[in-house]
Design a binder for this molecule. Structure first.
Ligand SMILES: [Zn+2]
Length: 143
C-alpha cells in the first residue's frame, strides 16, 4: 500500500492545528484568498459550516464549496474568561453563533468590536483574520 502524503494545510488555520480533516483542507486555501467557505451537498442542497466532506442526509460526498458571504444574525454570544489550550493569551474574548438562515456559523467576535457594541439580533459578517503570528482564522464583525 502506498503511503499517503500528509496534507497539513490546516496547520495554517487558527492557533491550534486541526488534524484529520484533510478532505476539507481547501478551506485554508480559500482563507488565504480572503474567503470563508462552507460546503453544500449537490444532491439535497444542505449547507454545512464548518465544512463537511460528506452529507449525513444523503450519505454522499458530492459536495461543493460556497462562500459565507453577506450578513447573518447574531443568535447568542459569550465572553470567555478561560480559553482552550493555545488561546490563553487572547483572553478575554467573545465567541458567538451567527445565523445565516440555512446554516449557522460559530466563531470569535473580532477584537475590534467592544463588548458593549455587541447586541443579540444585530447583523454580523464573517471575515478572514490574520493573527499576529501569521496564522489565519475568521472572526465576526459588525455588518
Ligand atoms: Zn445531501
Amino acid at each position: 500500500m502506498a503511503k499517503k502524503e500528509v496534507d497539513d494545510r490546516f496547520k495554517k488555520f487558527g492557533t491550534v492545528s486541526f488534524t484529520g480533516i484533510s478532505k476539507t483542507n481547501d478551506f485554508v486555501d480559500y482563507l488565504q484568498q480572503g474567503k470563508v467557505m462552507g460546503t453544500r451537498c449537490k444532491s439535497c442542497g444542505l449547507q454545512f459550516f464548518p465544512p463537511r466532506a460528506d452529507c449525513y442526509q444523503c450519505l454522499t460526498s458530492d459536495m461543493e464549496w460556497f462562500e459565507i458571504a453577506g450578513a447573518g444574525t447574531l443568535l447568542t454570544y459569550s465572553k470567555l474568561q478561560y480559553g482552550p489550550v493555545g488561546f490563553e493569551g487572547d483572553l478575554p474574548y467573545c465567541i458567538a453563533l451567527v445565523d445565516y438562515g440555512n446554516y449557522k456559523v460559530f466563531g470569535r467576535v473580532s477584537s475590534d468590536l467592544a463588548e458593549d457594541q455587541i447586541e443579540i439580533g444585530m447583523d454580523m459578517k464573517t471575515v478572514v483574520n490574520t493573527l499576529p503570528n501569521g496564522q489565519l482564522n475568521y472572526v465576526f464583525q459588525k455588518a
